[in-house]
Design a protein around this ligand. Sequence first.
Ligand code: ATP
Length: 238
Amino acid sequence: MRAPDTMLPLIAEGLGFAAGGQAILSDVNLTIAAGRPSMIIGPNGAGKSVLLRLLHGLLAPTQGRVAHAGPDAARRQSMVFQRPVLLRRSVMANALYPLRLAGVPSAEREPRARAALEMVGLADLADRPARRLSGGEQQRLALARAAALNPELLFLDEPCASLDPAATRAVEQIVATLAARGTKIVMTTHDLAQAKRLAGEVLFLHRGRLLEQTPADQFFFAPTTAEADAFLRGDLLW
Ligand SMILES: Nc1ncnc2c1ncn2[C@@H]1O[C@H](COP(=O)(O)OP(=O)(O)OP(=O)(O)O)[C@@H](O)[C@H]1O
């Protein structure tokens, strides 16, 4: 039988991470399927970033495992961080770099990089040094760099954490565009309103445990756990 031409669903079984003798994440079981964005929310220190890194493969689990439906999972996924690290080169050079690393034929690189810069509204700044961009523009460039690779699965770790409302809105529009194109987005956020705007489903973490994986329309109106209910009311701080 041929392997499916997709890495989804991604499945975590008994996933855990401990460091310094302390459990940070325990016994997480979940399935990430194709579809609208999966938003990971929860109080500070709940383990959202650690979960994202485990799912992406940046961190090795100390318990359990992450499995994918098909081969080449590393090539089919990408991640954007809260503070993107950009090359000290032009915007275009930053967009081209991952395409070269991925072995994309040279004739295809420039059109793909340009299309990605257009999608995030940075085509006019292609020759500008990337480090001179504003914070919001830098985050859009990081998204363009990831999008140019056409990942099937894109992890976003608090991409709007240090952005103002206008820059946040621009990033959300890019996320919605990518999701509409079929890229599966898995994203952490502190911003409940943002989670409501973007989520197809919510993964609610509390103290290193996944308490809910619930469709968004249900989660925000009728969460199934008391902790999620308290969190939505602003009563659960840790
Ligand atoms: N590699 C690591 N080694 C040891 N401890 C870690 C490691 N990564 C994270 N931690 C700890 O694990 C806990 C969860 O961290 P994580 O960054 O995942 O939380 P979070 O839910 O994303 O929090 P925040 O909302 O504040 O960003 C924290 O107490 C953090 O200090």
